[in-house]
Design a protein around this ligand. Structure first.
Ligand SMILES: [Zn+2]
Length: 102
């Protein structure tokens, strides 16, 4: 089965409207923090409601001076990473798909 759960959290608008729980964490300092409703609204105002957190990462904002990457999890029973197989796949996999369509 595919992980279509990601469809429910595809955009900030969906996350906010459905009140999904989002968590931000750092792959370097290992800090985990709840990404609150207020955080989501503030982000949507800045980047637009159609912005997607899937396969998105940003420089660490959880620990001053940390150069790690912040990534997002969404809650579906347990917290799961907001990433797709395509997003984390090696470039060769995408090349193959492109080649087969052309
Ligand atoms: Zn960090």
């Amino acid at each position: 089965m595919r992980s279509t759960n990601l469809d429910a959290v595809a955009t900030l608008e969906l996350i906010i409207r459905r009140e999904r729980e989002i968590q931000v964490w750092c792959d370097t300092c290992r800090v985990y923090r709840e990404f609150t409703h207020a955080d989501l609204v503030a982000l949507a105002e800045r980047v637009g409601p159609q912005f997607s957190l899937i396969d998105r990462r940003c420089r660490c904002r959880l620990t001053p001076g940390c150069n790690g990457w912040n990534r997002f999890n969404f809650k579906a029973g347990v917290f799961r990473p907001m990433s797709t197989p395509e997003g984390s796949a090696a470039p060769s996999a995408r090349d193959r798909r492109t080649a087969s369509s052309g």
